[in-house]
Each structure stands twice: as C-alpha cells, then as structure tokens.
Design a protein around this ligand. Structure first.
Ligand SMILES: NC(=O)c1ccc[n+]([C@@H]2O[C@H](COP(=O)([O-])OP(=O)(O)OC[C@H]3O[C@@H](n4cnc5c(N)ncnc54)[C@H](O)[C@@H]3O)[C@@H](O)[C@H]2O)c1
Length: 252
C-alpha cells in the first residue's frame, strides 16, 4: 500500500469522522499524515490509530477559524517535513438547525469563520507553500449542501456553496502551476456530526434515508476513498471539480 509513500499530507478536522477516516486512509498508503484539530484528545487518538495501523503521523493543534494558526500550522509542517504535498481542508461545523430568520448573528459568524474562513485562509497558506515547492494537491470538504439547498441549514448551506465556488475559482488560477484543487460533496455520512443530528430527532433516521437512491447512509471511509482518488499522482487532469458522494442523490 504505497500510493502516497512519503508524501506529506495535512488533514484538518481529523480528530473524528470523515477527517479521521481520511487520515487513516492516507497513512495506510504510506503518507506522513499531519492531524490538525481543535480537539486535542481526539487528534492524539487519531495519531495513535495511525501508528497502530503501522503508519506515521503527527498531531498539531489548530483552530482553523484563526488565520494566524493556519499559517503556523503550515510553518510547522514545513519545519518538520520540509514540504506539504497534499492538504485536505475538512474541519467544519454544522450550525444550528433553524429557519433563516431565527439564526442568531453569533451563529452566522461561528459557522462562516470555520467553514469558509478555515478553507479560504488555509488555502492561502497551503498554496503559497505549494508554489514554492513546485506543486501540490488540495481537496476541500464541502457538502451536498454546496450543490443544493437544505432547509433549516441556510448558513451551513451558504458556506458550503462558497467552498465549492472557492475551489472552482482557485483551481483555474493554479491550473498551470501543478496545483490541483478539488472539492468533495458528501451527504448523510455517519460521523459524530451527523449522529448528533439523528440523536436530536430520531424520526429523521428513516426519513432521510428515503431521499437516498442507495437507501443507506454513507460511511466516513466512502468520502476518504474519493479524496484519495482526487489526490492520486496518477490522476493528473481533474481539477476544479465538486464530486458528490451521496448514494446517487444528485442524480435524481
Ligand atoms: N457527516 C456528514 O453527513 C457530512 C455531510 C456533508 C459534509 N460534511 C462535512 O465533512 C466535514 C467533516 O465533518 P464530519 O461529518 O466528519 O464531522 P465531525 O464533527 O466528526 O468532524 C469535524 C471535525 O472538525 C473539527 N473542528 C471543528 N471546528 C474546528 C476548528 N475551528 N478548527 C479545527 N478543527 C475543527 C472537530 O473537532 C471535528 O474533529 C465537515 O466539513 C462537514 O461539514 C459532513
């Protein structure tokens, strides 16, 4: 399993869920994985899982809502490993489940600062480093809510549309600089974030499934595998794409 042998891979928000599954998948393919998250316990636990599986990882605490911490994160990665081959901007928060008129202003700022600011300012630092070293690959974790609207999640939906827009615009800017930038758009994936939503209202469990042609929820590993494919060095001509990982939802 050497698809990413000795490549340096950053995964933000990898203390749990999709980020953790992605960190483990890269480590299983020989990468040096940098786990970055605000959740220190979970971050260390991911590195422990990486090592138990025979991989190599490092935890660096980082709040992606703080641009200076994103710069420090890239600086530290370059200090330790000398380069940054792949960056996965995955850290995200769900936000309150409420109609637009009822969303508190502080909730707007919290969700925008993490879901949009974290990706925008993160990409700035990552791209500058990738330009210095002659290339790299970035995948932003958007959502199916980046491709269509979801009622009662307007701020979340807006930030994920913005992440898709950022991905498209920046992919064109760096297409001739050997930097490929793509997004994944998962839906209904059984991570702690999604479990919390089901926990809040048990009736959602069966109801949501009826929207999915495959009639099952996604697993974090489903998204992780799509991310690895987008970052594969043999995958040379795909950039600016927003790939749904949704059991067929966008097709109907
Ligand atoms: N689970 C789903 O159904 C689903 C669907 C679409 C998109 N997504 C997206 O996938 C990504 C991962 O979510 P998940 O479902 O694995 O949820 P999760 O809650 O398991 O993981 C999110 C991770 O992000 C971290 N995080 C939150 N705020 C942070 C911050 N300010 N700085 C650094 N880390 C921070 C959390 O500590 C956590 O480890 C998110 O961007 C989410 O919007 C998830």
């Amino acid at each position: 399993m050497t698809r990413f042998l000795d490549q340096v891979v950053l995964v933000t928000g990898s203390a749990s869920g999709i980020g953790r599954a992605t960190a483990l998948a890269f480590a299983g393919e020989g990468a040096h994985v940098v786990v970055a998250d605000v959740a220190e316990e979970g971050g260390h636990a991911t590195v422990e899982l990486v090592r138990k599986a025979g991989g190599e990882g490092l935890f660096i605490p980082c709040d992606v809502a703080q641009p200076d911490q994103l710069q420090q994160l890239v600086n530290e990665i370059v200090r330790v490993y000398g380069r940054l081959d792949v960056a996965i901007n995955n850290a995200g928060v769900g936000g309150v489940f409420a109609r637009t008129a009822d969303v508190p202003a502080e909730e707007y700022h919290r969700v925008v600062n993490v879901n949009l600011g974290g990706v925008f300012f993160g990409m700035q630092c990552q791209i500058r480093q990738m330009l210095r070293q002659g290339g790299g690959r970035i995948v932003n974790v958007a959502s199916l809510a980046g491709l269509r609207g979801f009622a009662n999640c307007s701020i979340y939906t807006a930030t994920k549309h913005a992440v898709v827009g950022l991905t498209k615009a920046s992919s064109a800017e760096y297409a001739r600089k050997n930097i490929r930038i793509n997004a994944v758009c998962p839906a209904y994936t059984r991570s702690p974030l999604f479990e919390q939503l089901l926990y809040l209202n048990h009736s959602y469990e069966e109801k949501f499934k009826l929207n999915i042609p495959m009639r099952r929820y996604g697993q974090p590993a489903d998204t992780a595998q799509a991310i690895l494919w987008l970052c594969d060095l043999h995958n040379t001509f795909v950039t600016g794409m927003a790939l749904p990982i949704d059991g067929g939802m966008m097709a109907v």
